[in-house]
Every structure is written in C-alpha cells, then in structure tokens.
Design a protein around this ligand. Structure first.
Ligand code: HEM
Length: 150
C-alpha cells in the first residue's frame, strides 16, 4: 500500500486507492514492508528483469538483501483448484462472467506462453507452467488499473 505522503508517491508512484482492492478477498493492506513497495511495480521493468531478479536479486540490484526465489523456476504451478477459486470469488461478488471458472486456466496458459515467448528474445528458455511465470504475470498486473485508465 503506497501511502499519500510525498516521500512515497515520489518513489513508488500514485498512492493506493481503496477501489483498487475492491475485489481482493481477503484484501491485503498491511503496515509492514520489507523492501520497496510493490503496488505500482506493474510495467516498471521488462519481464526478463523480473526473471533474473527472482533467480538472483543481486544480479539486477547489486547488494540486495532480498532472498533468491530460484526454486520457483523449477516448481510446476498447481492450477488444479483454479476453477474452484474462481467460483468462490464469484460468490463473494467478483464479476467474473458466468462459466469463467472453466475458461480461466486457458487464459492463464495463454498469458504464460506470451511471457515465455518474450524471454526467447533474450535467449532464456523456461516452461510456461512454472511458478515463476505466474509470479511475473502477477507482478506485471500490480497497480495497473489506474495506469491503464490514464
Ligand atoms: C515472492 C516474494 C517477493 C517478490 C515477488 C519480490 C519482488 C521484488 C521486486 C519486484 C523488487 C524490485 C522493486 C523495485 O525496484 O521497484 C524487489 C526489491 C527488493 N526486495 Fe523483494 N520480493 C520478494 C520478497 C522479498 C523478501 C522476503 C525480502 C526480504 C528481505 C525482500 C527484500 C527486497 C529488497 C531489500 C529490495 C530492494 C533491492 C532490490 O531491488 O533487490 N523481497 N523485490
């Protein structure tokens, strides 16, 4: 959550608005932060930057104390419960279209394939079904509703 203080908005961008979290269940505002605020991280760096940063943060940010998440490039993403998660969100008022529970994983894989295709330009080869790809998709989505509307 980016607070409405100049020191934060100068560094991270537009402060967080309640409406941007209206479909989060549970919503995840907190008061503890380790490392930079990530709410407006979407679009700040190319996909390949995130790939290298998650494998070894010090390659992109020398001296970083962030732990490596290289194992996410090995682990397969578990998508078996996606339909049930979509249905649960629908009961909580998230406006996914009727029947989207059965389409969500196809959209997920399409998005994952586009990130993997993007990596090919940098001679990086990784399967689309790895956890790291989903993490990058999530990071690139963060805080972009407001950016997109401008
Ligand atoms: C899955 C968990 C995490 C993700 C997705 C993540 C992601 C990121 C990203 C995208 C940045 C770049 C921010 C920017 O330049 O605007 C960053 C930086 C940073 N993160 Fe993390 N982080 C995670 C976990 C952690 C943890 C557990 C720590 C605690 C030590 C941490 C500490 C830092 C620090 C100190 C930086 C600034 C230096 C750097 O750019 O590497 N992060 N993180």
């Amino acid at each position: 959550m980016i607070r409405p203080f100049r020191s934060e908005t100068e560094r991270y961008g537009e402060y967080s608005k309640a409406g941007e979290f209206v479909y989060d269940h549970p919503f995840q505002w907190g008061s503890k932060r380790t490392g930079p605020d990530l709410h407006r991280i979407g679009g700040k760096y190319p996909n390949i930057w995130h790939y290298h940063h998650m494998i070894d943060p010090t390659t992109m940010s020398p001296g970083s104390i962030m732990p490596a998440y290289d194992w996410m490039a090995e682990n397969d993403l578990d998508i078996s419960s996606t339909p049930a998660k979509i249905r649960a969100m629908q009961t909580l008022g998230v406006p996914y279209p009727e029947g989207y529970d059965e389409k969500a994983n196809a959209d997920l894989m399409k998005q994952a394939e586009s990130i993997v295709a993007d990596f090919k330009k940098n001679d990086v080869s990784i399967a689309a079904n790895k956890e790291l790809i989903a993490m990058i998709a999530y990071l690139q989505r963060m805080g972009t509703d407001i950016k997109a509307s401008r």
